[in-house]
Design a protein around this ligand. Sequence first.
Ligand code: MLT
Length: 242
Amino acid sequence: MVVNVNVEFAARDARSAAERGDLIVVIDVLRCCTSIIKALANGARSVIPARTLREAYGLHDKHPEYLLAGERKGLKPKGFDLGNSPQDFTRRLISGKNLVMTTTSGTFALVRSKPARWIFVAALLNSRSVSVKALRIAENEGRNVSLVLSGEEGRFSLEDFICAGAVAARFPRSKVSLFDEAWAAVMAFEQSKSDLYETISKTRHGRHLVRLGLSRDVEFSCQLDVLNVTPICREGKITRLE
Ligand code: MLT
């Protein structure tokens, strides 16, 4: 069976992809998914995505040993242990810990994907590893794949589209049928892959982070396939796929 590969341009559309029975890949290069991947690579036990600050504080009240991580307007909310900078997620701070995370768009896309059987978390750091595992599962279970761009407050994000292209580009052509959106994403990736920072630091959100003095986060997030970590979200918890 050939696997159809679709792109959803906004986080809210994760729900319809989930209802179609697709395997979902949630993408947020700047910075939520990048930080989740870094956290799991550095030994975090799990990351629990929360939609709102209130929900995150509530989970923390119930489990005070959990670390609170995330952002609003790019900055660490009051009382949080960690922001949303991938640099914050050091082994020393998070190894063996459960994290509750809430961000503006990335955790929203993850929560919207909830009805899906398979939800993968991708960024440039792990696009190859997600691509290989997602295709294997989609083929075995006869599912199609939806690459969901978290975007920015409901708007399209070029960096997430490029990353969707990085995932789709690695699918062997004989095994998949790329919808036009996915094909366009592959073209955007091919066009920018020789210097991802050059393009991504000029996107709307890239510029915002640079203005906040967070260009190191953008640089970190632009590294391609440096981590062989495939996070999956199941029953509201993100862990590493073994
Ligand atoms: C988000 O989920 O909206 C982003 O990760 C925002 C950010 O860069 O902190």
